[in-house]
Ligand binder design. Structure first.
Ligand SMILES: [Zn+2]
Length: 133
């Protein structure tokens, strides 16, 4: 009898683990999206600064634009772009992780009572050999 309850508790724990991983992932994604937004805003501001500088030098002061004037700003923009790409890669990884857990990648995976995720259409669990319904 103890065995039966152990299994039930085990199953409940696994369900809770999946749910908390899911909400943790959503929270994580929200955080990353905020970072991306900040980086995008900064990039926009830097581009504006760069544009103003070039315009002022070229049009108003009728000067050649020295590379030393624009290079540091360009570097900052490039830095933001790679940081944005980095954050987007993190989101993609989280999406993949979520798909793996929920099986929402188009195929409906079958989760065995042992916790193993089996491909859709599988008759038996690949990990423990239990019959899958
Ligand atoms: Zn199994």
């Amino acid at each position: 009898m103890a065995d039966f309850f152990d299994k039930v508790i085990d199953g409940v724990n696994k369900g809770v683990a999946t749910v908390s991983t899911g909400s943790k992932t959503i929270l994580e994604k929200t955080k990353i999206n905020t970072v991306i937004k900040t980086l995008t805003d900064e990039k926009k501001q830097l581009l504006e600064i760069l544009g103003n500088k070039v315009y002022t030098l070229a049009v108003q002061e009728k000067k050649d634009i020295p590379l030393s004037e624009v290079e540091p700003i360009c570097e900052q923009i490039t830095q933001r772009l790679s940081q944005i790409a980095e954050q987007q890669a993190k989101i993609e990884a989280l999406d993949e992780e979520m798909n793996r857990i929920t099986g929402s990648s188009g195929v409906s995976n079958i989760v065995c009572s042992c916790g193993n995720i089996n491909k859709s259409g599988a008759k038996f669990c690949a990990a423990c050999g239990n019959k899958l319904s």
